[in-house]
Design a protein around this ligand. Structure first.
Ligand SMILES: Cc1cc2nc3c(=O)[nH]c(=O)nc-3n(C[C@H](O)[C@H](O)[C@H](O)COP(=O)(O)OP(=O)(O)OC[C@H]3O[C@@H](n4cnc5c(N)ncnc54)[C@H](O)[C@@H]3O)c2cc1C
Length: 418
């Protein structure tokens, strides 16, 4: 990036999406004291801490506690926040169309994340619940409780079996964590449901590939398989879902897994807002250069889940995770600030900080460069690091309280959804 990219000191920077990437960019611009008017625009006025979404879905944390308010950060770091829905991007006239009117920019940061991807499989939108938003988590939670309640009053044995079978489709990070937590949740609830026995409950995890956690390391994949199998979760590898129906999940070989509870965590696709843009893409994701700018549009940056980013040192694709999104947002905030002051900017370099998963009560798995661990220690580490990653005091204290309460007493099992 050269000094010639520098604009006037009151440049208007518009960031779309208050997720991990967008919020990190806005905060960094504030911390750097960038010579710009920074505006962050997002659908809701909170930042959703997705790594704990499956815990909200299984009564372990209060959904409110993973919704981190954006306005305190805006006040602290000196950026403007607007809640609104982006309807369209007009990159020709440097304008973003929203539900409250048009917003003009000099620099644009695309950080609207990704959406659930059902790969066009029949029946998924109607019969499966995805896990991407807070309302999704509440729907999953409600579905589990509703099924347990109905299983006690039905006289139909086949129907009862379906109500007590919980199928998670997708053995990626979200799917394995959800499977472990659903298992804990239903097992824990047994004491309040006289008439139900543990051997009547079944949690099934369906994965298309030949191993769990495709894309992550062999160690994480094998440990996760071992731990979940030991906990009684039925893992179905090499299993392609052909259709999802009212009766259950139909696999491509013709087998029907009968269930009333289908949770979809099998994939994501970039925000639909980039679909119509006439720019370079890589399997739907926005292709960017080593400065995270859209090719042919040096005034537009694309970061987080919607971008296809390669590490400038290794050439390897950067994974679509919260960890990467924060690094990219932080990098763009610093780069823009330096650019506006006429300073040199080095290309983006990704730092892999490792990966960890919580697979149920007192069991987790973690891998950092040369350090690997599983079991109770992995679980404790996961908890400590996630508490540190939560950025607002309200959310952090809320989650600590929820975990402590659930550990010594109980999870939330009230059926509050209609
Ligand atoms: C259940 C779940 C668990 C996960 N667990 C982990 C984990 O443990 N570790 C990890 O590293 N990653 C995890 N991830 C992945 C991680 O959440 C994403 O990689 C990360 O959120 C990407 O950040 P982002 O900023 O690109 O998008 P997001 O965080 O999704 O943010 C996008 C923002 O844009 C807003 N937006 C979207 N469209 C519009 C619009 N049209 N108008 C206005 N605003 C809009 C959204 O409301 C949102 O605020 C998980 C994901 C899920 C779904």
């Amino acid at each position: 990036m050269s000094d010639s990219d520098s604009r006037k000191s009151s440049a208007r920077i518009l960031i779309l999406g208050a997720g991990f990437a967008g919020l990190a960019a806005a905060i960094r611009l504030g911390k750097e004291g960038a010579k710009a008017q920074v505006t962050l625009l997002s659908r809701r006025n909170f930042h959703l801490f997705t790594p704990l979404l499956y815990q909200a879905a299984t009564g372990l944390v209060d959904p409110d506690h993973i919704a981190q308010m954006v306005r305190p950060a805006a006040r602290k770091h000196g950026f403007t926040f607007f809640e609104g829905e982006v309807a369209n991007l007009d990159i020709g006239s440097k304008t973003v169309k929203t539900d409250f009117g048009d917003v003009a920019y000099d620099y644009l940061v695309l950080a609207m994340g990704s959406e659930n991807n059902d790969f066009g499989i029949r029946g998924v939108p109607e019969h499966a619940i995805s896990l991407k938003t807070l309302p999704d988590a509440e729907r999953v939670h409600s579905k589990i409780i509703d099924s347990l309640e109905r299983s006690l009053v039905t006289g139909d044995q086949a129907k009862r079996k379906g109500l007590l079978t919980f199928v998670i489709i997708g053995g990626g990070a979200t799917g394995v964590e959800l499977a472990g937590s659903v298992r804990d949740f239903v097992q824990f609830l047994l004491r309040d449901y006289p008439g139900l026995a543990e051997d009547q409950l079944s949690v099934v995890l369906v994965e298309l590939m030949q191993n769990l956690l495709p894309g992550l390391s062999k160690y994480l994949s094998e440990q996760t398989y071992r731990i979940l199998s030991k906990r009684g979760i039925k893992i179905r590898l090499n299993s392609r879902v052909a259709e999802v129906t009212e009766e259950g999940v139909l696999l491509s070989g013709g087998e029907l897994i009968q269930t009333a509870n289908i949770f979809w965590t099998a994939g994501t696709k970039p925000s639909r807002l980039v679909d119509g843009l006439d720019i370079e893409k890589d399997r739907g994701r926005v292709r960017v250069d080593e400065f995270l700018r859209i090719i042919g549009h040096p005034e537009i940056f694309a970061i987080g889940d919607l971008a296809s980013i390669s590490d400038s040192k290794t050439g390897q694709k950067v994974p679509a995770t919260a960890q990467s999104a924060v690094q990219e947002g932080d990098w763009v905030g610093r780069a823009l600030s330096r650019m506006l002051s006429g300073k040199k900017v080095e290309p983006f370099v990704y730092k892999d900080k490792g990966y960890m998963l919580s697979l149920g009560r007192q069991v987790g798995v973690a891998e950092f460069r040369h350090f690997k661990t599983s079991g109770v220690f992995g679980w404790l580490l996961w908890r400590m690091i996630h508490i540190a990653l939560i950025t607002t005091t309200r959310s952090r204290l809320g989650v600590i309280f929820d975990w402590t309460f659930a550990y010594f007493y109980r999870r939330n099992a009230a059926h509050t959804e209609p």
